[in-house]
Design a protein around this ligand. Sequence first.
Ligand code: NI
Length: 190
Amino acid sequence: MALRPILVAPDPRLKQVSEPVSEVTDELRRLMDDMLETMYAAPGIGLAAIQIGVAKRVIVIDLGKPKDEPDGDDEEGEASSKKEKRDPDPMYFVNPEIVWASDDLVLCEEGCLSVPDLYDEVERPARVKVRYLDYHGKRQEIDCEGMLAVCIQHEMDHLEGVLFIDHLSRLKREMMLKKLQKSRKRETVG
Ligand code: NI
C-alpha cells in the first residue's frame, strides 16, 4: 500500500466527472488499498478516487464500529482489548448508485480532505439506498442512514465533480476558496 497526495480545491481535477469501472481487478483493489491508507493517514472518514487524481467511480469509507458492540460475523473475538477507540470498519464502493432517497432531509456539518479545515452545514436526504460493487466485485445494496448516509452522498458528489462547498451560497463558497488559496500560499512560502 502507498500514501497518495490528496488534491485540494480549487484543483480543476476535482471538478472532473469520474468514469465507471468496467471490472474490479487486482489493480483496482490496489487503488482501493491506497485510498484507504491515504484516508486513514489524513485522517478522514471517506475518500473518493478523484481526490487522489484518479477519475474512477470508487469511494472508500470507514466510520468505525464501537468496540463493545457484539458483532455476529466478526470472528476475531477480541473481547480483551477494550479501548475507547472504534474498530476499523472499511467499506468499499465501486460504481455506487443511489436507487432511493428519503423525502426527509437532514442538516449536517461537513468537511472534506480536499477543503481542509473548513466546515459548513449541508442539507441532504436523511436516508438513501445505494447499489454498488464491493471490494470483490460482487453486487451489493445497502440502506444508509445517519453518518453513513451523509458520508456516502458527500463522496458520491465527488464522482460528479461536486464538492460540499458547491452546496453553499456563492458568497460562502468564494470565501472558503479564498481561505484555501491563502493557506496554500503560506505553505509554499514556508
Ligand atoms: Ni470530500
